[in-house]
Design a protein around this ligand. Structure first.
Ligand SMILES: *Cc1c(COP(=O)(O)O)cnc(C)c1O
Length: 466
C-alpha cells in the first residue's frame, strides 16, 4: 500500500516538464511565467494531497496537463466581461445595473487618459473640490441647494447617519426597516453608524402620533426609507412627507429620506407611476435625500446626497466622506449623464430608453429577431411571446412591465441545457427559462446584442457538443 503511494507520487513529473510544453509557453505570454508556475504547482500539490488522503482517482500525466491547461485558459480570458442581458430586467444588479450613454463613456475615457481639473480651479490656479463638477447640475435637477456624491447610496445613508446622528436617536417606521439586495439593511447600517434606532409604529401601519410621541431630547433625525423592493398593501398607513417635515422643523430635527432608485423625471407618462422624483421630495420639505446613480438615473455607480447646504457642508467635513469619495472617471460619467437631463435628452440614456420603449416596437423587434434566428438556425423553433419584464433595482416592485420575448428551442437540447450553454458562448448570453423554453426578452437587448445572439446560436449549433 505504502509502496504504491510512493510510486504514484514519484510518477508525477517535475514542474519543469510542464513548464516547457508549448501551451505553457503560450499561456505565459498572457499571464507571465510566475503565474503559470503557480497554476502548475497548485495542480500538482492538489493531486499529491488527494493521493496522500487516498481520495480521488489516479491521474495520468495527460490528465494533469489537461487540468493545468484548462486553468491557464480560464485565467487568460478577462474576468469582468460584457454579456448580453436577455432577462428583461433593466436595472439588473448582478449584471452591472446601468449601461452608460455614449457621451458619458467619452467623458470618462477622456479624463482617464489625461490629467484633469478634478480638484483644480483653472480660474485662480488653486485647489478646488471634486464635487463641484456635479453639484450645480444636481441642484438644478432636484431643486436642492447643495449636493455631495459618494461611492454608492449605501455609503450616502451611512455618511448621513454617522455625521449627523452618531450617539443620537433616529426615528424610523417599522414598515421601513428594509433589506435591499441581501447586503443593505437599515438596522445594520444604523448600528454601524453609531446612531440609535428608535422604531415606531407597526409593520403595516405607522401614524403621525407614533413619530411625535417618540421624539425626545435624544432625538436628532427622522428617517424615511423607500421600501424599494416590496410594497405593503391592504390595511396600511404611512405618514406623508409634509407632516414629517413640519414635525422635524418644529423639533429642530434633520429629516432624511433614503429614496433608493431616485428618479429625476416623472416616469408616469410611460406607465411607471408611484415613484416620487427627487425634486418632489425636496419640495415636500425633506432636508436631505439620498439616491443611487446607477439605478433609474442611468449613470455610474454613485450615491448622491442632495438638500440643505448647511447639512451637506457638515457631511463634506466629516472624515468618513474622504473614505467614500468617488474617482474622476465616475464623476466624468455622472456629469455627462446629468447634462442629458438638463436638455431633456434623458430618453437617450440606455436604461431609460429601455423603460420607455413602446410595446408595439418591442413586438416588432421580437418578430424580426424570431425571423432572423429562424433563418440563421433552421433547426431552431422560435416564436414571439408576451412576457413580463421588470424595472429591477428595487423600483416599482408592485408589478412587472409588459414586454415581448422570442422563445427558442433547439432539438436535442433541454431548456436548462441551452440556457447554460448560452452563458458559455464567446459573448455570453444570460437568459431566463419559462415554460420549458429559453426566453430572449427584447427590452434589454440592444441592436448589437441581437447580432451577438445570432452569433451565439451559430456557435452552439455549429460547434455541436449538446
Ligand atoms: C438600492 C437601495 C439602496 C442601496 O443603494 P446602492 O447604490 O446599491 O448602495 C439603499 N436604499 C434603498 C431604499 C435602495 O433602494
Amino acid at each position: 500500500m505504502k509502496d504504491t503511494l510512493r510510486e504514484l507520487l514519484r510518477a508525477i513529473p517535475p514542474m519543469e516538464r510542464f513548464l516547457e510544453t508549448p501551451w505553457a509557453e503560450e499561456a505565459s505570454l498572457g499571464l507571465g511565467r510566475d503565474s503559470i508556475k503557480s497554476i502548475v504547482s497548485d495542480v500538482i500539490g492538489e493531486y499529491r494531497n488527494a493521493l496522500r488522503k487516498g481520495e480521488g482517482t489516479v491521474l495520468s500525466v495527460e490528465d494533469l496537463e489537461a487540468e493545468m491547461r484548462r486553468r491557464c485558459l480560464e485565467k487568460c480570458a478577462p474576468s469582468l466581461r460584457p454579456v448580453v442581458n436577455a432577462t428583461g430586467v433593466v436595472v439588473h444588479t448582478n449584471l452591472g445595473r446601468s449601461c452608460l450613454h455614449d457621451e458619458a463613456i467619452e467623458a470618462l475615457t477622456a479624463v482617464a487618459r489625461s490629467y484633469s481639473t478634478l480638484e483644480y480651479n483653472l480660474d485662480g490656479g488653486k485647489r478646488g473640490h471634486r464635487d463641484s463638477h456635479v453639484e450645480w447640475l444636481l441642484c438644478q435637477l432636484t431643486g436642492a441647494d447643495a449636493a455631495l456624491v459618494v461611492n454608492n447610496n449605501a455609503a450616502a445613508v451611512l455618511l448621513c447617519l454617522a455625521a449627523l446622528a452618531k450617539d443620537r436617536e433616529v426615528v424610523v417606521s417599522r414598515g421601513e426597516l428594509v433589506e435591499i439586495g441581501g447586503s443593505f439593511r437599515i438596522p445594520d447600517i444604523m448600528a454601524f453608524s453609531g446612531a440609535k434606532m428608535r422604531e415606531v409604529g407597526t409593520t403595516n401601519r405607522t401614524h403621525f402620533r407614533d413619530y411625535a410621541e417618540a421624539v425626545s431630547e435624544a432625538t436628532r433625525m427622522l428617517l424615511k426609507v423607500h421600501p424599494s423592493n416590496y410594497r405593503i398593501v391592504g390595511f396600511s398607513a404611512e405618514v406623508g412627507r409634509e407632516e414629517l417635515a413640519t414635525l422635524a422643523r418644529e423639533k429642530k430635527l434633520v429629516f432624511l429620506e433614503d429614496l433608493g432608485s431616485g428618479v429625476l423625471v416623472d416616469l408616469s407618462p410611460f406607465g411607471l407611476s408611484g415613484e416620487p422624483t427627487v425634486r418632489h421630495c425636496i419640495a415636500e420639505g425633506v432636508d436631505l435625500v439620498t439616491f443611487s446613480g446607477d439605478k433609474l438615473l442611468g449613470g455610474p455607480q454613485i450615491g448622491a446626497v442632495v438638500g440643505r447646504k448647511q447639512l451637506v457642508d457638515e457631511l463634506r467635513r466629516y472624515p468618513l466622506a474622504r473614505a467614500l469619495r468617488v474617482d474622476k472617471m465616475t464623476l466624468a460619467a455622472l456629469e455627462a449623464t446629468l447634462r442629458l437631463y438638463l436638455t431633456d435628452r434623458w430618453r437617450e440614456i440606455p436604461s431609460l430608453a429601455m423603460l420607455c420603449v413602446d410595446g408595439d416596437i418591442l413586438r416588432e423587434r421580437a418578430e424580426c429577431l424570431a425571423a432572423r434566428l429562424g433563418e440563421a438556425i433552421p433547426a431552431a423553433s422560435c416564436r414571439v411571446l408576451s412576457v413580463e419584464d421588470a424595472v429591477g433595482g428595487g423600483a416599482f416592485p408592485a408589478r412587472g412591465i409588459d414586454g415581448f420575448a422570442v422563445a427558442v428551442s433547439l432539438p436535442g437540447w433541454s431548456a436548462a441545457a441551452l440556457q447554460a450553454r448560452l452563458r458559455l458562448c464567446v459573448y455570453p448570453v444570460v437568459a431566463n427559462v419559462q415554460n420549458e423554453l429559453v426566453c430572449l426578452h427584447l427590452r434589454t437587448l440592444s441592436g448589437e446584442d441581437e447580432e451577438c445572439l445570432l452569433a451565439a446560436f451559430r456557435e452552439i449549433t455549429g460547434g455541436g457538443e449538446p
